[in-house]
Design a protein around this ligand. Structure first.
Ligand code: ME8
Length: 520
């Protein structure tokens, strides 16, 4: 089978600018894309913005701007932010794109013609924050648990999608495809929802009330419900139905979301696809929340952290590293500037940064920055080499499993292993003794080769740092490849390497802790 990988983020609402929560999902997607690139797969990475619905109209009103002007401006803010965060998406979809609207209408018409859409009346609790009706069971003290606000009682004549009739099919599908929703806790949560009767889904809004959305192709007095419109982005961006991209990448689709939007992705979306005669998505990967003070970071709750401010304060790759190292994919995680700074100082400035600069400093001093030819090797070299090759073996399944914190953990075992190797072999002492020159050459070669392993494995997480490290090691290929780690001995003796560099400056704790509020 062709090696391909398709990864998507949610398309984010444009009612405010991106915060650290959106940034996390987008960096996970970016890391995965870069990891599969490293493996030599053909990849496609999609992100974008969700621009219809009541909440967007309200936000535009609040900003005092016409809705179309407002969404253009806010969508551009997302796109520009991702550029500044070195996000390597192949496409950026907007639900106001003409091509997307055409596909939404095509699917609606198809489901309507098949008899799965009917006209009726609905009465229920609508949460504008979630842009969906909540069941009584989902409310906590009469409020939406995510938005902490009381839903609005709403009664309207609308179009409905016969979602309920697919309930048994979906339960069977999830049971037969244990790899569909991951981690397992979220599969169980979806099965929990499905153990209750499943209501049909209201998929329209009357134009008299909401004039901002995709018009229903079979009744111009209504626009499409924002979730029905938004979910289709994952296939409209691939040029569904006719484009090559769809046939290439839909069978290998990987959606990334947080648990807030599990229901639309785990229930509405597979049923919509089934009703439209399309295979459900391959994998749905669900992560937890970034919290501050135990509460979810979110625009509607007024707790946000601006990723660009963080980048300016601490550096981009340090932030990328922290997010991927600190959160266990699937679980919630508390965001704290103290932990961020501690990680930067301990893991990046100290362990990795010092290793890199002291290695380059020694090669400069002892061999005029030229990679020496290794001579005889001892048990110590054998041990370091097998450690590096072992880390490569462990890394791949951990990355495929989205266990990023563990993948970084094994890379750091190697970082610490090399630091220990240097301390044990004490090259500064070898350099003082003319008879130990051969030994010194081997030690320096082994150190630099280990750094090649480390920088290659880090490339999906910290692309800029990895590129900088590889270039300093005299490796000119712009895109590292995983297969170069099958063998020990990739760096070439005689190659000139770069001057010692500081990869991550230490953060002055007293200064930054005082400036704590700056990031929020
Ligand atoms: O739901 N922790 O858009 P949205 C972790 N437009 N991730 C977080 C987070 C947090 N505190 N806050 C937000 C929508 N996210 C719809 C999606 S898709 C067809 C339509 C991330 O702007 C996380 O990925 O509210 C979450 O699922 C998403 O932002 C919600 O973004």
């Amino acid at each position: 089978m062709a090696k391909r990988f398709y990864v998507t983020t949610p398309i984010y609402y444009v009612n405010d600018k991106p915060h650290i929560g959106h940034t996390y999902t987008t960096i996970v997607a970016d890391t995965l894309k870069r990891f599969y690139d490293l493996l030599g797969y053909e990849t496609f990475f999609l992100t974008g913005t969700d621009e219809h619905g009541e909440k967007i109209v309200e936000a535009a009103k609040k900003a005092g701007q016409p809705t179309d002007v407002y969404v253009d401006k806010m969508s551009a803010v997302f796109e520009e932010t991702w550029v500044k965060l070195n996000i390597s998406n192949d496409a950026f979809i907007r639900t106001t794109d003409k091509g997307h609207i055409k596909v939404v209408q095509l699917i609606l018409q198809r489901i309507y013609d098949a008899g799965d859409i009917y006209f009726g009346t609905y009465e229920g609790n609508y949460c504008i924050g979630c842009e969906r009706f909540l069941t009584a069971r989902e409310l906590v003290d009469g409020k939406c648990p995510d938005h902490k606000s009381e839903p609005v009682q709403s009664k309207e004549e609308n179009y409905f999608f016969r979602m309920g009739k697919y309930r048994t099919w979906l339960i069977e599908y999830i049971r037969k495809h244990p790899e569909f929703i991951r981690p397992e806790r979220y599969r169980n949560e979806v099965l929990g929802f499905l153990s209750e009767p499943l209501d049909d889904l209201c998929i329209s809004r009357p134009k008299s009330r909401l004039n901002w959305g995709v018009p229903l192709p079979f009744d111009e007095n209504f626009v499409t419900y924002v979730w029905f419109d938004a979910l289709i982005n994952y296939i409209s961006a691939l040029g569904y139905p006719e484009k090559v991209l769809f046939h290439k990448f839909w069978p290998v689709a990987n959606h990334l979301i947080a648990k807030d939007i599990l229901k639309p992705h785990g229930i509405y979306w597979p049923i919509m696809l089934k009703a439209a005669g399309i295979e459900p998505c391959h994998h749905l990967h669900v992560h937890g929340y970034w919290n501050i003070d135990e509460g979810k970071i979110s625009k509607s709750l007024g707790k946000v952290i601006d990723p660009l401010k963080l980048k300016n304060l601490f550096g981009l790759d340090a932030i990328r590293y922290f997010l991927m190292r600190e959160m266990v994919f699937g679980l919630d995680c508390n965001f704290s500037e103290e932990i961020l700074i501690a990680r930067i100082n301990a893991d990046l400035a100290n362990d990795l940064g010092n290793l890199f600069s002291r290695s380059l400093t020694m090669v400069k001093k002892y061999f005029e920055s030229t990679i020496p030819q290794p001579e005889t090797i001892t048990e110590k070299e054998e041990a370091l080499k097998s450690m590096a090759l072992g880390v490569v073996q462990d890394y791949q399944p951990l990355m495929k499993d989205l266990s990023f914190h563990k993948a970084l953990g094994v890379i750091w075992e190697l970082v610490n292993g090399v630091n220990k190797y240097i301390d044990d072999t004490a090259p500064w002492a070898l350099a003082k003794d003319r008879t130990k020159m051969e030994r010194l050459k081997t030690v320096m070669y082994w150190t630099l080769e280990s750094l090649r392993f480390i920088s290659t494995l880090l490339s999906p997480f910290m692309p800029e740092t990895s590129q900088k490290m590889l270039a300093q090691l005299g490796i000119k290929e712009p895109f590292p490849k995983f297969h170069t780690l099958n063998v020990w001995g990739g760096i070439r003796p005689g190659t000139k390497i770069g001057a010692p560099t500081i990869l991550f400056p230490r953060i002055d704790t007293s200064r930054n802790l005082n400036a704590k509020t700056k990031v929020s």
